[in-house]
Design a protein. Structure first.
Length: 424
């Protein structure tokens, strides 16, 4: 086999060779430990599943402290170039530089590569300790917009000439009046939300739901207060669903229109008929209410599409119900270019660096997502099942060990070895 690059075909689908070259960033803090364990399992699963006919050729690229120590840069241009050239990559947790310059390496990568979808699947694995009574009811995929809203990072610090100019403009030219209560001490932040950015996020969520035969897409927003940004997201989402997906979907917007013109009974009958026909239901929920629904009625939600800040809250809150971000994977994807960076969702935990004690599941399951994205579904399923078996047998790392009865404590590397043993 000759190592080759993954490419994007003219049909918008990835062309994945049997020996793809995949860049990796091992990460800072606990990154090397969890990456080493994850790589062990990924390689073993691919080898066993495909009988040696497929293999990943790993290519290290640099970011974070390791990059700074070797190159003097936190995020070298060569790293971004490699992520673009090879399309698919994976990374451990990265530290945020102290002081000026890059606000966040993760944000910088997402912005530079225009990775407009932050994909966060949330599901429970039997045996994982959870604070809720029925964590098995939580099984949703969150599409969080990744380039706009607060991630645009437009802020003006209080007391600066820039914020004074902005407040003067808002007060004197835009007529905001007394909405800025304390103009002398206020900082100002701006959240851009575009129709184009909203549409591509919602489109990706709907396409995912249809491909995976899931029942609904829920648009989560705060449009009752922020009517033109968050409210725009909801309106544009409904319009796109009806315009581009036609008879494949039925929206709450259509239900409301039917209610106005034909009455509530007729509207409800149309909704039930759409569900009976297997149409994808596109609905919306106010963000604060949705944070309740994650706990009260998680079964009602399968795919969630939301803006950046809401998505940050929702993904971590939902993750807590299934055991925390230590077992929650993540990906950042541009479905048009094919660029995708799969990543651990937790931090670097520097005090535990090089202790070989931390749970590698977040990064490992991000690797599972990567295999699915590549179309290597059999290997992905094999890892998930082996991980579930390992946890069910209570052979776990310190985080789960502290919450279980009669468990066996394993090092990070031993946990990976146990998963490899359980591969089918």
């Amino acid at each position: 086999m000759n190592p080759q690059k993954i490419t994007m075909g003219q049909d918008g689908r990835l062309n994945v060779p049997d020996q793809p070259i995949i860049p990796f960033i091992e990460g800072d803090g606990i990154g090397p430990d969890v990456w080493s364990a994850s790589k062990m399992v990924l390689d073993a699963a691919v080898a066993k599943t495909y009988g040696g006919k497929r293999k990943i050729e790993w290519k290290e690229i640099l970011a974070g402290e390791k990059a700074f120590n070797q190159t003097g840069e936190w995020l070298p241009a060569a790293t971004l170039d490699a992520a673009k050239e090879y399309l698919v990559s994976i990374k451990g947790p990265l530290t945020t530089p102290v002081g000026g310059g890059i606000r966040s390496l993760n944000v910088a990568m997402r912005q530079e590569l225009d990775l407009y979808v932050c994909l966060r699947p949330v599901k429970w694995y039997k045996g994982v300790p959870s604070p809720v009574v029925h964590p098995e009811n939580v099984n949703m995929v969150i599409f969080r917009e990744n380039t706009e809203d607060i991630y645009a990072g437009i802020e003006f610090a209080n007391g600066t000439p820039e914020v004074k100019k902005m407040i003067d403009f808002l007060t004197n030219e835009m007529g905001v009046g007394k909405k800025i209560r304390f103009p002398e001490s206020s900082a100002i932040g701006i959240k851009p939300v575009s129709k184009e950015g909203s549409e591509r996020l919602v489109r990706a969520a709907i396409e995912y739901a249809l491909e995976h035969k899931l029942p609904s897409v829920t648009l989560v927003h705060k449009g009752n207060i922020m009517k033109y940004t968050e409210g725009g997201f909801k309106i544009w989402g409904y319009e796109l669903a009806e315009r581009e997906f036609g008879d494949k979907v039925y929206t709450w917007g259509q239900w409301e229109n039917a209610k106005k013109t034909q009455g509530e009974d007729a509207a409800n009958a149309k909704m039930k008929n759409a569900e009976a026909l297997g149409k994808l239901i596109v609905k919306d929920v106010i963000a604060d209410n949705f944070l309740q629904q994650i706990l009260l009625s998680p079964k009602d939600y399968s795919v969630v599409a939301t803006l950046n800040l809401n998505g940050d809250y929702i993904s971590d809150s939902a993750a807590a119900a299934v055991g925390g971000i230590g077992i929650s994977p993540g990906a950042n994807i541009n479905y048009k270019t094919g660029y995708a960076v799969f990543e651990a969702t937790h931090g670097t935990a520097p005090r535990f660096a090089n202790t070989n004690t931390m749970n590698p599941s977040s990064l490992l399951l991000s690797g599972v997502m990567m295999l699915e994205y590549m179309g290597w579904h059999e290997a992905a399923v094999s890892i998930e099942e082996a991980l579930a078996t390992t946890i069910k047998r209570k052979r776990v790392t310190i985080d789960f060990f502290n919450l279980m009865h009669n468990a066996t404590l394993l090092k990070t590397s031993e946990f990976a070895e146990e998963i490899v043993k359980n591969l089918k």
